[in-house]
Design a protein around this ligand. Structure first.
Ligand code: PLP
Length: 378
């Protein structure tokens, strides 16, 4: 440790770095493999739609220009999409950016950040960086009949003490795929005091069954302390461009807009996001492919006698019933990248992103081989 690194803020020094899904190029370099499939980062196997791809050409010819720092066109499109005023929208360099803005605006030493155990890793990361007290609330037990490893919102409401400033809820949650019933969410919102921010992270909202999706715009009208986050990285297939946003009360949005970088969303991302938002057919196609892929993966896992968590997202979390680390490594050697979850306190689980039909089958076959389950590849 240098004298300078010792001077870093305590919260920063104690951070455990985020572990992203293993990039394909990295595995190519390490093992000299080709024909690798990556089902590790919940990306859309179809990529972006044609409209989003086409929208990139105009900003590409103007790379010397700063993007619109207010994101006027994108915020207008989002306002229409959600039927809210543009003053409720905060754009981010991915929704990760917005989650950090929320942490910076509301958390510091002496304030508590509440989230569920096995929830998205960015909540503790962003909270710890600003020195807040981390309160990871025990999740539902593995034997829970409906939402094993899912958020226990009653316990989370109880964790909201006088120091609590932010509660993060991922719905559906990554890496479990579990979700919160609309009525349960509403009861929770009623219980949390109005000066505590409730962040509802809806990165996978578009994949949910329609009847399970919260009435986002209506809830925003009712609860001034609700902040909803969304992303273009998942169903819209634009993870590389980094675009996400928050919907919040105009006063809260104003605060978050004051602390973001003036040009935090680049011009390519803004243009592609607007086009993607209007391309409802691509979203429908992506969701349909995902639903088929979920059925395929569940059937294959069931045939192998493997358990898995219920999911309303674009991934399935498998209970390998043994340490998953060696299985993850063995799958890498077969050119299949999944996501190990030991860092999430789930050492026996692997998360599989739903891919194309062929990718899903290759994943199932490889899993059967490394588990040495007779007839798994049949
Ligand atoms: C993928 C994901 C995000 C989105 O991250 P971006 O920064 O928008 O790419 C946010 N929350 C959860 C729970 C996620 O899984």
């Amino acid at each position: 440790m240098t004298a300078l690194s010792q001077q870093a803020l305590e919260g920063v020094r104690r951070i455990k770095p985020y572990q992203p899904g293993k990039p394909v190029e990295e595995l190519e370099r390490e093992l000299g493999l080709t024909d690798i499939i990556k089902l590790a980062s919940n990306e859309n196997p179809l990529g972006p739609g044609q409209a989003a791809r086409a929208a990139l050409s105009a900003p590409l010819s103007q790379l010397e220009r700063y993007p619109d720092g207010n994101g006027f066109a994108l915020r207008s499109a989002l306002a229409a999409h959600h039927d809210v005023g543009p003053e409720r929208i905060v754009l981010g360099n991915g929704s990760n950016d917005v989650l950090e803005l929320i942490a910076r605006a509301f958390l510091t030493r002496g304030r508590r950040s509440v989230f569920s155990e096995h929830a998205f890793a960015v909540y503790p990361l962003a909270s710890q960086a600003v020195g807040a007290e981390l309160c990871g609330v025990p999740a539902n037990p593995a034997a829970h009949p409906e939402q094993p490893f899912g958020h226990d919102l009653d316990a989370m409401a109880e964790a909201v003490n006088e120091h609590a400033a932010v509660v993060f809820i991922a719905n559906p949650n990554n890496p479990t795929g579990t979700w919160v019933e609309p009525a349960v969410l509403e009861t929770f919102l009623q219980r949390v005091p109005a000066h505590v921010a409730v962040v509802l992270d809806e990165a996978y909202n578009e994949y949910m069954a329609p009847e399970l999706r919260p009435a986002t715009s209506k809830l925003l009208d009712q609860y001034d302390n609700l902040i909803v986050t969304r992303t273009f990285s998942k169903v819209y297939g634009l993870a590389a461009l980094r675009a996400g946003y928050a919907l919040a009360h105009p006063d809260v949005a104003d605060l978050l807009n004051r602390i973001r970088q003036p040009f935090n969303v680049n011009a390519l991302a803004q243009a592609a996001a607007i086009a993607a938002l209007g391309d409802t057919r691509h979203v429908e196609r992506s969701v349909a492919l995902n639903n088929e892929g979920l059925r395929q993966l569940r059937a294959g896992l069931t045939a192998m006698g493997l358990g898995f968590l219920p999911s309303q997202a674009n991934f399935v979390t498998v209970d390998c019933a043994r340490p998953a680390g060696p299985l993850f490594d063995a799958l890498l050697r077969k050119g299949v990248i999944l996501r190990p979850l030991a860092g999430y306190g789930m050492p026996n689980h692997l998360r599989i992103t739903v891919g194309t039909k062929d990718e899903n089958q290759r994943c199932l076959d490889a899993l059967g081989e490394v588990l040495d389950i007779a007839g798994a590849a049949a």
